[in-house]
Design a protein around this ligand. Structure first.
Ligand code: ASP
Length: 414
C-alpha cells in the first residue's frame, strides 16, 4: 500500500488529537531514547577506545588563563604577566605544525582573566572566579584547562576539585617553571600535553599536568622551586603519563567515575577562617591563643604535627591549648609535617591524646588539600561543626585513602 503526503499529515493529526495507548507508549520510548542516548553514546565510545579515550573531532576545549610564570615577560622589577602574550605564543607554535596538530588537538578558545596574577597573590575569591568561568561554560565545552602559576597551583587544583561535586568533564591545571618567553622552557610541553589530554580523553577529574605527569589535582604538592619536575603526588600514584607516544598512558582503574548525578559547583566563602600551625620543639602555645581570642571567625585549625601525627603531650601548655580549642568548638585537623605517609592517631600515646581532645586525623591528605577541604566544608556547612568533623576523614573527591580499600596507597607501600 502506498501513502501520499496528505495521508501522512492526516495520520499525524489523528495521532495528535487522539493518542492511543500504543502511540503514548511509542512517544514515551522515543523520549526515553532521546534522554539516554547521549549517556549510552558517551560510554560506548569510551569503552570502544579504552582508557577514557574519545574522538577529538567536534570536541571543544576552553583554556582559562589566570597568569603565572608561563605567560610572563621580563620587566625592570622581574617577571610579570603580560596580556595576550600566551595566546599569541600558542598560536605561533601550533602554526608551525599545522597538519600534525589538527589531528590531535581539538578546537579551543582562550578566556584570559583580568588581571593576570602571579599565583602567590591568589585568594579564595580567585578560586571562585575560576569556578564561575568553568560553571558558566560547562555546557559549551568538553574539557577545561586552567593555566596557572605554580606557586599555589596545588591549592587551586585542590579547591576546584572540592568545589565540583559529580564532575563529568576534565579540568586540567598546568603552568611552567620557565616562561614561554625564554627560548628553552617547559611551558610549551606542559601546555601541549594538557591540550592533548583534554582533546582526547574524557577523564572526569580535576587533574594537574606537569613535566609529562598526569596527577590528581587534590593529591599534589609543589616540591621544588626550580626543578622542572616541580609537582609530586606523594600518597597516590600518578593517573597517567606522557612518554614517546603522541598519546599518554592512563591508569584507568585509578580514575574516579563520574556517576549519573548532576554536577554541582560550590563557591568558597571565608566567613569562617582556617589557620595552619606548624609545631616546632619548645613551641609556646600561649602565643597562638591570641589568634582565636582576637578573631572569633577563626573556626578551623590545621595542626602540622610530627611523624605519624604526634604532638608534645608532656608539654602542659599543649594539653591546655587542646582543651581551649575544644571549648571554643574549633575544628582541628591533624596533618603530619611529613610529605609522605598518613596520620594514625592511635599509633602512639602522643597521638592518642590528640584524638581524645576531638582532633581529627587528616589521614594522608596533602597540606594543600587539607586546608582547602576545611575551607570548603565551612563554606558548605557553616556553623554545623559536627557535620564538618564527620566529613574530614571521609573521602569525598579522592583526596584521601580509606583504610582497607584497594587504592589505599600509603599503607600498601609501607
Ligand atoms: N610566582 C609564579 C606563580 O606562581 C611561579 C610560577 O608560575 O611558576 O605565579
Amino acid at each position: 500500500m502506498e501513502y501520499n503526503q496528505r495521508d501522512i499529515y492526516i495520520y499525524i493529526l489523528i495521532m495528535i488529537k487522539m493518542p492511543s495507548k500504543k502511540t503514548l507508549t511509542l512517544i514515551l520510548i522515543v523520549i526515553t531514547l532521546i534522554i539516554i542516548a547521549p549517556v549510552v553514546l558517551r560510554y560506548t565510545i569510551i569503552e570502544t577506545l579504552g582508557n577514557y579515550r574519545v574522538k577529538n573531532n567536534g570536541r571543544k576545549i576552553l583554556l582559562i588563563y589566570t597568569g603565572g610564570t608561563i605567560g610572563m615577560v621580563e620587566s625592570s622589577q622581574g617577571y610579570v604577566p603580560k596580556k595576550h602574550f600566551l595566546e599569541k605564543k600558542l598560536k605561533t607554535f601550533l602554526q608551525m605544525y599545522p597538519k600534525d596538530y589538527t589531528s590531535i588537538i581539538a578546537d579551543y578558545d582562550i578566556h584570559e582573566m583580568d588581571p593576570l596574577l602571579d599565583s602567590s597573590n591568589m585568594t579564595p575569591e580567585d578560586w571562585n572566579k575560576i569556578i564561575s568561568s568553568i560553571e558558566n561554560n560547562y555546557g559549551k565545552y568538553e574539557a577545561f584547562i586552567v593555566i596557572h602559576g605554580t606557586d599555589t597551583m596545588a591549592y587551586s587544583s585542590s579547591a576546584v576539585s572540592f568545589a565540583f561535586e559529580n564532575l563529568t568533564k576534565p579540568i586540567i591545571f598546568t603552568g611552567s617553571q620557565i616562561p614561554l618567553a625564554r627560548v628553552r622552557n617547559d611551558g610549551h610541553l606542559n601546555l601541549i600535553t594538557s591540550m592533548i589530554l583534554a582533546s582526547n580523553f574524557d577523564i572526569p577529574e580535576v587533574l594537574l599536568v606537569f613535566n609529562n605527569q598526569i596527577l590528581r589535582g587534590n593529591r599534589t604538592s609543589k616540591i621544588s622551586s626550580n626543578k622542572l619536575n616541580a609537582f609530586e603526588s606523594p600518597n597516590f600514584p600518578e593517573l597517567g603519563a606522557f612518554a614517546y607516544d603522541k598519546m599518554p598512558r592512563i591508569s584507568d582503574s585509578l580514575i574516579r567515575g563520574s556517576g549519573f548525578r548532576t554536577t554541582v559547583a560550590t563557591k568558597f566563602n571565608i566567613e569562617h577562617k582556617v589557620v595552619v600551625i606548624w609545631l616546632t620543639p619548645g613551641i609556646d602555645f600561649n602565643t597562638f591563643r591570641s589568634i582565636f581570642l582576637s578573631d572569633p571567625t577563626v573556626k578551623g585549625l590545621v595542626l602540622m604535627t610530627y611523624g605519624i601525627g604526634d604532638g608534645p603531650t608532656s608539654n602542659k601548655q599543649f594539653i591546655a591549648f587542646l582543651s581551649f580549642l575544644k571549648e571554643r568548638d574549633i575544628v582541628v585537623i591533624n596533618k603530619s609535617q611529613c610529605i609522605e605517609g598518613k596520620v594514625d592517631q592511635g599509633d602512639y600515646q602522643t597521638g592518642d591524646l590528640l584524638r581524645s581532645n576531638g582532633v581529627i586525623s587528616g589521614v594522608d591528605m596533602t597540606t594543600e588539600a587539607t586546608y582547602c577541604k576545611l575551607v570548603y566544608l565551612f563554606s558548605v556547612y557553616g556553623n554545623n561543626t559536627s557535620m564538618i568533623r564527620s566529613m574530614i576523614d571521609t573521602n569525598i573527591r579522592g583526596e584521601l585513602s580509606l583504610k582497607g580499600t584497594e587504592k589505599e596507597f600509603a599503607i600498601s607501600n609501607l
